[in-house]
Design a protein around this ligand. Structure first.
Ligand code: AMP
Length: 216
């Protein structure tokens, strides 16, 4: 599985917009995206064994066990749709996962979408999500055209179960304890590209494109 063309990881705080940036870059580079949070939310909605476990863990703002997550990712990476490259959103999230990923594929680049804790809390507490298509809005910064209704599929928007105050606090703790050391891991390897996530969506995208040295 080594030596793929473009294997990009998106890192960042909760609410940094890394999912949105992953989508934009995926379109630009024509790369498929594997978003771990979306994977677990799908499992939850279907009610599988993994989903039942993920629901409890997710609502507490905790991470799924590494052995389970790593196994799922290894299975996904073996699919042929990812053979010409991939954008990973939400994986890896700690050093154990980063090392497991290293075994499976050669990382081209880790893009860190940087925002502060304060900004993360502000964004997540106003976040609304479409349960049908996964579109993400913010009540103040990026509201839907019709209040609380998804622009794309007209579904009623929800507040994610892990976007409660308690869960947000726990997720931030985990980010500092587990995810930040992993960022250093990529920095040491010369693979880290940092962008300022506290700008409008388009500006962040432009900064990524510019730093990646790709024409518009
Ligand atoms: P996200 O949408 O990326 O914030 O992920 C939502 C939830 O899915 C997390 O709070 C975790 O419970 C679970 N999850 C997502 N990615 C991972 C991962 N790499 N390792 C363990 N659990 C994860």
């Amino acid at each position: 599985m080594k030596n793929r063309i473009f294997n990009i990881i998106f890192l960042g705080h909760q609410g940094s917009g890394k999912g949105t940036q992953a989508e934009l870059l995926g379109k630009k580079l024509n790369l498929p995206i594997l978003a771990m949070g979306d994977f677990f939310r799908r499992e939850i909605s279907v009610g599988t064994e993994i989903g039942k476990m993920a629901e409890i863990i997710n609502n507490r703002g905790e991470l799924m066990p590494d052995n389970i997550t790593n196994k799922i990712v290894a299975g996904e990476l073996a699919k042929k749709e990812y053979k010409n490259g991939i954008i990973l959103d939400g994986f890896p999230r700690n050093l154990i996962q980063a090392k497991a990923l290293e075994e499976a594929l050669k990382t081209t680049l880790a893009i860190l979408v940087n925002i502060s804790d304060k900004e993360s809390i502000t964004r997540i507490s106003g976040r609304r999500t479409c349960p049908a298509c996964g579109m993400v809005y913010h009540i103040k910064y990026n509201p839907p055209v019709r209040e609380n209704i998804c622009d794309r599929c007209s579904e009623k928007l929800i507040i994610r179960a892990d976007d409660t105050e308690e869960a947000i606090k726990r997720r931030l703790e985990i980010y500092h304890e587990e995810t930040e050391p992993m960022i250093y891991y990529y920095k040491q390897r010369g693979l880290l590209l940092e962008v300022n996530g506290e700008q409008p969506i388009e500006k962040v995208h432009e900064e990524i494109i510019k730093k990646l040295n790709i024409a518009h």
